[in-house]
Design a protein around this ligand. Structure first.
Ligand SMILES: Nc1ncnc2c1ncn2[C@@H]1O[C@H](COP(=O)(O)OP(=O)(O)O)[C@@H](O)[C@H]1O
Ligand code: SF4
Ligand SMILES: [Mg+2]
Length: 587
């Protein structure tokens, strides 16, 4: 009945089949990309018509389908002169079966697939294409029959209602398809899911309009709502199904955090390196490298840690990684206190990229082995083919190619080496990546590329970044929030705009003023007088006091420990004297 009621004249059916042919190519392109990503992760799809190119295969497959279907229409309408409406359902069913058989055989040959694989693929495609062609047929039918049965003044309202319904259903489906924290995992399939899921809803709306346009006029909201519900349900089912198709180790290991989730919380961290002397290694003092540091990082956020060389930035990073022992303070990862011995699981969650790529790459190992190492050691993947596939995927993430797999580190430029290290850091799908001056050994243009790469990766996976640098222009480019360190302590913290347009701590002001004077060796040439005091015996009170130049400076600064002062929401300084907030001194 349904098929009979939507049947149109031959010329309309020809248009529908042509339209489905084009839509089919677009959909299958998306489907193939998705499957490729699951399987071998070959290079991305390109629109070249070379023999054996993926696009050529698509054209062959779909052209065959097109010719066959046009022939079907021709035969059923013009040659077989029997009672058409009576035979309709049988012919349709026969056509679908024949489509699946021919499609499967062709797909097996073109894509070198086994029968089961090809049959599933072609059946899925056939169902989707049938859905599209039913919808298109309905569309024509509505225009040709229902519209004319209405009083003229209602036609415009009716048309508006119909297209509003169609548009709303498509947009809500696309929205639901693209929304969700795991959607990146099936990124290539989103077009396919969106379009497929919209079809049942669209058919529902169209059928209602076709059968009784005047009823729709009164029930429009209920009908649109129902079509949404249908499409949303189908979207959810399809999304779940495509998540399930991802190889198990992938979905298990791939953590995509919700943006804004608490990731790292550091509370009053202190790391003092013992100063040892003599043969007995007696401790004669301590380097107070980190002396009471607190800050936090959320998922998807980059916190820049800036300060002069020697102020304790690297030590903060090493303490987070458990590579140096902390004297006191708490480090919490996702609200859980990090235990003393860092287990594999925690090591997997936090990765670090150091400044000097050469020091982190074993010159005797091939790139594939370098990146595979954490996959083997931390994730326990041993299968060689799996390892290679995963490494290749990681290389692609950092814009390197298949041919780089079997090369040695010395065959790469500085920027490429840093990309390899980033790929290695990404290998275990970490949640937090610490970048300790990752770009300072690179040329400015390569620096920008690496920074953009990191940004893109963060957008996809919501990594939290702790970006350590003494270079304020880099921090301006990449950070969301900035913490300024001086002699083992944070002196100011705030978001990028707050720090750059309203620096408040005297040290931050000096640091920003020295920005234009970054010297060749990339240390900060300072606008302040005096040397940075030694962290072995930091000045009492505020450790910045010997160099403080503000009007607010007074004797208390030499005795009292600075406390946290709010400048504005989310923007704090550590100082003894609140008067410093009113200080308008600029360099
Ligand atoms: N293993 C160590 N033993 C003793 N002192 C150290 C050690 N590592 C670093 N330091 C000292 O701790 C301070 C902070 O160092 P670091 O964290 O590397 O600073 P940054 O990364 O900001 O340049 C420096 O004064 C440095 O000399
Ligand atoms: S506490 Fe005193 S010395 Fe330290 S920054 Fe504030 S005003 Fe300057
Ligand atoms: Mg350092």
């Amino acid at each position: 009945m349904l098929l009979q009621s939507i049947r149109n004249e031959p010329w309309i059916q020809i248009i529908v089949v042509l339209a489905v042919f084009i839509i089919g190519i677009v959909l299958q392109k998306s489907y193939n990309k998705y499957i490729q990503r699951l399987e071998t992760y070959t290079n991305s799809f390109s629109l070249t018509l070379r023999k054996n190119s993926p696009f050529m295969k698509l054209i062959i497959l779909n052209l065959t389908w097109l010719i066959f279907n046009l022939l079907g229409i021709f035969v059923s309408f013009f040659l077989l002169n029997f009672d058409f409406f009576y035979m309709l359902n049988i012919i349709d069913i026969l056509m679908i079966i024949a489509n699946i058989i021919i499609g499967t055989l062709l797909y097996m040959k073109l894509y070198n697939k086994d029968l089961k694989n090809a049959l599933i693929t072609i059946s899925i495609i056939q169902v989707i294409l049938s859905g599209i062609s039913i919808f298109l047929n309905l569309l024509f039918k509505i225009f040709r029959t229902s519209l004319f049965s209405l009083p003229e003044e209602l036609i415009i309202i009716y048309l508006l209602e119909y297209f509003m319904g169609v548009l709303l259903t498509i947009s809500i489906t696309v929205f639901v398809t693209k929304y969700g924290s795991k959607i990146q995992l099936v990124y290539d399939a989103t077009d396919l899911i969106g379009l497929t899921a919209a079809i049942p809803g669209l058919i529902y709306i169209s059928l209602n309009f076709l059968i009784s346009p005047t009823d729709v006029y009164y029930d429009i909201f209920q009908i649109i709502l129902t079509s949404w519900i249908i499409s949303i349900c189908v979207t959810i089912i399809l999304k779940q199904a495509s998540y399930r198709t991802i190889p198990r180790y992938d979905i298990k290991e791939m953590k995509v955090l919700e943006k804004g989730e608490a990731l790292l919380d550091i509370e009053d961290l202190k790391v003092h390196y013992p100063l040892l002397k003599g043969i007995l290694r007696k401790q004669i003092g301590a380097v107070k490298a980190v002396d009471g540091v607190s800050f936090n990082i959320k998922a998807g956020e980059t916190v820049g840690l800036v300060g002069e060389s020697g102020c304790g930035k690297t030590t903060v990073a090493l303490a987070i990684l458990g590579l140096v022992e902390k004297n006191s303070g708490d480090i919490l990862l996702k609200k859980e206190l990090l235990p003393k011995d860092y287990s594999r699981i925690i090591r997997k969650s936090i990765q670090i990229v150091f400044q000097d790529p050469d020091a982190s790459l074993n010159p005797q190992s091939k790139v594939v082995d370098i990146i595979a190492e954490p996959l083997k050691n931390i994730l326990g993947i041993t299968n060689k083919i799996k390892l290679r596939k995963r490494v290749l995927r990681l290389l692609e993430e950092v814009s390197l190619k298949k041919e780089h797999l079997d090369r040695y580190p010395h065959e790469f430029s500085g920027g490429q080496k840093q990309r390899i290290i980033i790929a290695r850091a990404l290998a275990c799908n970490p949640e937090l990546i610490i970048l300790d001056e990752p770009t300072s050994a690179l040329d400015v243009s390569v620096q920008a590329q690496i920074l953009n790469l990191l940004r893109d990766l963060q957008r996809t996976y919501n990594y939290g970044f702790l970006f350590i640098t003494h270079d304020l222009s880099v921090v301006h480019h990449i950070a969301d929030r900035i913490a300024v360190m001086y002699l083992g302590k944070i002196v100011e913290i705030g978001n990028k705009t707050q720090i750059f347009s309203n620096p408040t701590h005297p040290y931050t002001k000096a640091l920003l003023a020295s920005r234009s004077e970054v010297s060749d060796d990339q240390e900060i040439t300072f606008v302040l007088s005096g040397e940075v005091p030694s962290p072995i015996a930091p000045p009492p009170g505020c450790s910045f006091h010997p160099r403080c130049y503000t009007k607010s400076y007074n004797d208390l600064c030499k005795e009292d420990t600075p406390h946290k002062i709010e400048v504005e929401e989310g923007h704090y300084i550590w100082c003894v004297n609140e008067e410093v907030l009113k200080d308008e001194f600029v360099f």
